[in-house]
Design a protein around this ligand. Structure first.
Ligand SMILES: [Zn+2]
Length: 177
């Protein structure tokens, strides 16, 4: 169980690194884990917007039902077997076998309420771990590029409005004079 913030951040970093992995041998599992994390993120947005009850039990949009089904189907593929690792005089150490460590990481981050950190950059699509909930870019470079894009769009829009105004409003007034 992950409780400490710095630890959660480190674990989130590791998960993001894993999701960026492009080695052929692991490719299929990586893709499945990307889907799982993305689906979980989608569900938490729904819960925030519609509440837990409506998300889980009422008939929602078909895409939402499919998201929940997909999450369950992915989780069902994994089996965990407890094993005794070390018997100490006062306690025992157990481990979970038969499950990919990456799935355990996703589960423990999810239980700790820290899975939101792991997200895809809205500019370059790389996976990264966020420090704040409002952070949607993997780097300063991407944040600036995103900002410039919206800034450019705003300027362009202003230009269009001015052109429209000059074309229709100003010339119309001139016509009346
Ligand atoms: Zn990026």
């Amino acid at each position: 169980m992950i409780r400490q913030r710095p630890l959660a951040k480190r674990e989130a970093d590791k998960l993001a690194d894993y999701l960026n992995e492009s080695r052929q041998s692991r490719n299929r599992l990586v893709k499945r884990m990307q889907k799982l994390v993305a689906n979980l993120a989608q569900i938490s947005v729904q819960v925030r917007d519609r509440g837990l009850y409506h998300t889980m039990f009422s008939k929602g949009p078909a895409t939402l039902d499919k998201t929940i089904r997909d999450i369950d189907q992915e989780l069902k593929r994994h089996r965990m077997r407890p094993r005794l690792v070390a018997p100490w005089p006062n306690r025992f150490e157990f481990s979970w076998n038969g499950c990919y460590p990456i799935v355990l990481k996703i589960i423990s981050l999810g239980e700790a309420g820290e899975l939101w950190r792991v997200r895809q950059c809205r500019t370059c699509s790389r996976w990264f771990s966020a420090d704040r909930r409002t952070n949607w870019s993997c780097s300063d470079k991407c944040r600036k590029r995103r900002y410039n894009a919206t800034d450019k769009a705003k300027k362009l829009n202003r230009k269009r409005v001015r052109a429209y105004y000059e074309r229709n409003y100003k010339s119309g007034r001139k016509g009346k004079q």
